[in-house]
Design a protein. Structure first.
Length: 464
């Protein structure tokens, strides 16, 4: 592994550590009466209820219990299968499928909504929300069939539907999304959100269970039509069309009086992760520039664009470009992979034989698509090393088999689930004053069991 690749892995490890549950929960003010955060105070004279949702849910709940000076009267955690679960919350954690919902999520959501509805007005509810919650909150709205909703979710994912459009569909399929979770309870509610979406839009993260939903049934129907799946899901299409005509109740909107007792605040995001990655790069002598936290587009197109950007950097200039966001993959083949692996594979093609450059693309949650990897780090020698093992990049891309390409190569980043999630991270590095010795990547990256059309914003200014 080259020094530049080791540095990229160290940057990824630092980024993930910065948004670990323990680090985030330290930002909450705990008192004997309750909690304070972001100008909000929750000191309920009645009971205190704790709910934690998503990929970081178990870790956030455990950290909350360690630091809280007031023990919650009830705790419920809902997390995706395979997420690390501390012993302190193992007995109160329910698991469900992700990213396609299942009956376990529906059952757990039904119980959660019933418990919140039974809370008293003098109680208080803390909800810790992280990425992955949309699929877990799977209790369908009246008239919605869970199996069809699950199949529709899978079809939209396979079509490369952007997260905001996907969540517009979810908020009109499921009973706890689009502000409905908060609207269910008469108790004051404070939601603290770990964002995994570009722009940290609290109306998009986790399909907005505690925030007003600005999307409509018409938006949901338009998302199906854009993805070309409306005809394949006639029941959902009819429901959305009926809702667009006013025949079904809309989700609570911003300013809805049912949400007056709820407050939603940002607990952490990719900004924290990129700041930690930048510090690591700067300590190694590189200048850094954050390009965007709204990276989007088709993964292989973005990878090609980033490789061209890397190749264009001045020779000998030590530079690290940092990005975060979420690309998409339009599935055409039958291989195994994910958006980060596919981005990295496309970048490897563009970096072939380009010296002293590397690119890392990885999911902060440690999971990339259907693969066991978080992502990969590639450079000018990646294709040659793969060819020596009989791997063909073009064939792998054609079959969406990026994991088949990277499996067993040193480029693969295999961490297992990290217990956090702030979307995907990408680093473009150019060698300069990069020392031969760099701290080894933390154990995080050493554990092995593994726009539109490439739109990129202008950098705007030179790094310092």
């Amino acid at each position: 592994m080259t020094p530049l690749a080791r540095l990229a892995r160290s940057m990824f490890a630092a980024a993930v550590a910065a948004v670990a549950p323990d680090a985030l929960v330290r930002r909450i003010g705990f008192t004997t009466g309750g909690i304070e955060f972001g100008g909000c105070i929750l000191y309920p004279p009645g009971k205190l209820h704790l709910v934690a949702l998503g990929k970081a849910g178990p870790g956030l709940a455990a950290a909350f219990l360690r630091r809280s000076r007031r023990a919650p009267d009830s705790v419920l955690v809902l997390a995706p299968d395979g997420v690390p679960t501390p012993a302190s919350v193992a007995g109160v954690t329910r698991f469900a499928a992700h990213p396609v919902p299942d009956a376990r999520g529906a059952d757990a959501t039904s119980e959660l909504l019933a418990a919140l509805a039974d809370a008293a007005p003098e109680d208080g509810v803390v909800v810790l929300i992280s990425g992955g919650s949309s699929a877990l909150l799977a209790e369908p709205l009246p008239g919605v069939d869970l199996d069809e909703a699950a199949a529709l979710t899978g079809a939209l994912l396979a079509a490369g539907t952007p997260i905001a459009q996907l969540n517009a569909v979810r908020t009109h399929l499921f009973a706890a999304t689009g502000g409905r979770l908060a609207a269910t309870t008469p108790a004051p509610l404070l939601a603290l959100v770990l964002s995994d979406v570009p722009g940290d839009d609290l109306a998009v993260v986790a399909s907005a269970p505690t925030s007003g939903d600005p999307t409509t049934f018409a938006d949901a129907l338009a998302a199906l039509e854009r993805a070309g799946v409306a005809a394949a899901f006639p029941r959902a299409s009819r429901i959305f069309a009926e809702g667009a005509r006013g025949g079904r109740p809309e989700s609570p909107k911003p300013g809805d009086p049912r949400l007056e007792r709820a407050a939603t605040r940002l607990l952490g995001s990719s900004a924290d992760a990129l700041a930690a990655a930048a510090e690591t790069a700067q300590a190694a002598g590189l200048r850094t520039l954050e390009l965007t936290r709204g990276l989007r587009g088709e993964a292989r197109s973005v990878g090609t664009a980033l490789a061209a950007l890397a190749a264009s950097l001045a020779p000998g200039e030590g530079m690290a470009l940092l990005l975060a966001g979420e690309t998409t993959v339009r599935v055409r083949g039958r291989g195994c992979g994910g958006r980060n692996l596919e981005l990295a594979l496309a970048a490897a093609c563009g970096l072939a034989d380009v010296p002293e450059r590397c690119l890392l693309a990885a999911g902060s949650d440690g999971v990339d698509g259907s693969s066991p990897a978080a992502g990969a780090v590639v450079d000018g020698g990646t294709l040659g090393r793969a060819a020596a093992r009989g791997r063909d990049a073009a064939a792998a891309l054609a079959d969406n088999d990026a994991w088949g390409f990277f499996d067993g190569l040193p480029e693969a980043i295999v961490t297992g689930p990290t217990g956090t999630n702030v979307a995907d991270l990408a680093f473009v590095l150019a060698a300069g004053a990069v020392p031969d010795f760099l701290p080894a990547a933390a154990a995080l990256t050493n554990r092995v069991p593994s726009v539109p059309s490439g739109v990129l914003p202008r950098a705007g200014r030179r790094a310092r």
